[in-house]
Write a protein that binds this ligand. Structure first.
Ligand code: UDP
Length: 484
């Protein structure tokens, strides 16, 4: 069974060409906001995990380039972003007080809760100093924090500063998270094995096995964590979503009944500019030169994101499944993906040599560029929301292997609602992998998936253009912030 883990990343990447990024942003739309808004500052506080840092820094870039706000990023010492990639932002580091053991725990809920405790005082001090003029002459319009930083609402209230929440998942999975405490109260959770396939009436179309439970040493912790996150989101000044109206329409209607605060689906964030520069690991560019040599729509791109891990047996099943498919593959094997190993030690002997160039393994890929490459035919993913959205944006169908949390919800939507993916069940087995790959790349079923995902991709392209849903939502967000 897949597991999840995370650890301290070293910043290895080098500064990118920012002039190019700014130029593209400037060509993207109207910039009447730029002049009048130069003097308002936004303070943003990302959660220090790759899947949360990326969207927060993308959002910062959008609000800087599209609206002319000045930007201050407050960040923890743990997994601090590479500030040299953002010369136009100012960065404030706060001590998180995490020990090595605490920073490398596999218990993500305990980790998030601990951060909410340990960062409270340093964050309050840092923000108070910024408000007292320590951040330059601009006046601070509002605070934008990840939804997981629930303690920041009390800080914002005490400093009389509006707080807007960035939720880095989509609306469907947020609704599912919000329903978990209620399901516990009703006695429907914890779930029994026989319930797995039963539909959850409160959050259609999910089944019990899709409920985004995250394992933690004390099950009561998850309940407490979710209650705090939901409660402090509800009393915030609004929610920004890295999603778009056309994708999350029904879920958004349901959400508004429970959360009658302003909602701004302005995504997909990464499409406002060429590629992400907030990667904590160096992205191996040989991925792209290798892709150039492969036939169109033939490559299986495999990545399970920055946290999910596999055991040795699963790793070997994946390797054999890929090899037996007889199709080219690009596989991201993060150091530490297989617990207790450095990198590729568990790979079958002479594996890559045997494939004669048909397989390429990298430690970390420029994922958005990979997915945009014409040679990629399918994305075998853990369905983290960023990966799922990036795949939709490039019209690449998915093989879904969710592990925990919102990945379970995303996979259900990809496979059963949007219908451009196949789900692998939890046991990783080479025969099943090979069949899934061949179904998506070679068979008519895969072609149908490709057609369906292209329809959504077109909608996504439209939503960012003048008058489109995300374009309008961003305008509303900017005006809203200016009203503070
Ligand atoms: N990513 C990347 N290179 C890789 C694998 C992932 O740049 O080799 C990026 C990916 O583009 C995405 C993020 O890392 O933006 C992963 O976020 P996601 O929400 O998909 O998963 P998480 O890491 O939070 O589980």
């Amino acid at each position: 069974m897949f597991r999840y883990l995370f650890s301290r990343f070293e910043c290895e990447n080098t500064p990118r060409n920012f002039q190019k990024e700014i130029k593209i942003m400037e060509n993207h739309g109207d910039h009447s906001h730029l002049q009048q808004r130069k003097k308002r500052r936004l303070v943003l506080f990302p959660l220090p995990l790759q899947g949360h840092i990326n969207p927060m820094l993308q959002l910062a870039s959008i609000l800087y380039h599209k609206a002319g706000f000045s930007i201050t990023i407050i960040h923890t010492n743990f997994n601090s972003p590479n500030s040299s990639n953002y010369p136009h932002f100012s960065f404030r580091s706060i001590p998180d007080g995490l020990s090595e053991t605490e920073a490398s725990t596999a218990d993500i809920i305990a980790f998030d809760m601990l951060l909410n405790v340990k960062c409270a005082v340093p964050f309050q001090d840092c923000l108070a100093e910024l408000l007292g003029g320590g951040g330059g002459d601009d006046d601070v319009a509002c605070l934008i924090t990840d939804a997981v930083w629930y303690f920041t609402q009390a800080v914002a209230d005490s400093l009389k500063l509006p707080r807007i929440v960035l939720r880095t998942s989509n609306v469907c999975s947020f609704n599912a998270f919000a329903a978990i405490p209620l399901l516990y109260e009703k006695g429907c959770l914890p779930m029994q094995d026989f319930q797995f396939e039963t539909p959850v009436l409160e959050i259609p179309p999910l089944r019990y096995k899709d409920i985004p439970i995250i394992e933690t040493h004390d099950p009561e912790n998850l309940n407490r964590f979710l209650k705090d996150m939901v409660k402090q989101t509800k009393v915030s000044s609004g929610i920004i979503w890295n999603s778009f109206q056309e994708l999350d329409e029904l879920a958004m209607t349901n959400l508004k009944q429970e959360f009658p605060i302003p909602n701004f689906p302005i995504g997909p964030f990464h499409k406002y500019f060429p590629a992400s520069s907030s990667s904590l690991l160096a992205q191996d560019q040989t991925s792209i030169s290798w892709l150039h040599k492969q036939p169109p729509k033939s490559v299986i791109y495999v990545s399970f994101g920055s946290i999910t891990g596999v055991n040795e047996t699963e790793f070997q099943e994946i390797a054999w499944g890929l090899a037996n498919s007889k199709l080219p593959f690009l596989w991201v094997v993060r150091p530490g993906l297989v617990c207790g190993t450095e990198w590729l030690e568990p790979l079958p002997k002479n594996f890559l040599e045997m494939l004669d160039g048909r397989g390429q393994i990298v430690k970390w890929a420029p994922q958005q560029e990979v997915l945009a490459h014409s040679s990629v035919g399918v994305f075998w993913t853990h369905n983290g929301w960023n990966s799922t959205l990036e795949s939709i944006c490039e019209g690449v169908p998915m093989i879904c292997q969710p592990c925990f949390g919102d990945q379970l919800v995303n996979a259900r939507y990809v496979c059963d609602v949007w219908r451009f993916g196949l789900r692998l069940e939890k046991k990783v087995e080479r025969g099943e992998i090979e069949r899934a790959i061949r179904r998506v790349i070679l068979e008519a079923e895969g072609q149908k998936m490709r057609e369906r995902i292209m329809i959504l991709k077109d909608k996504m392209d439209t939503c960012l253009k003048t008058g489109g849903s995300s374009y309008q939502s961003l305008e509303s967000l900017i005006n809203y912030i200016m009203s503070f």
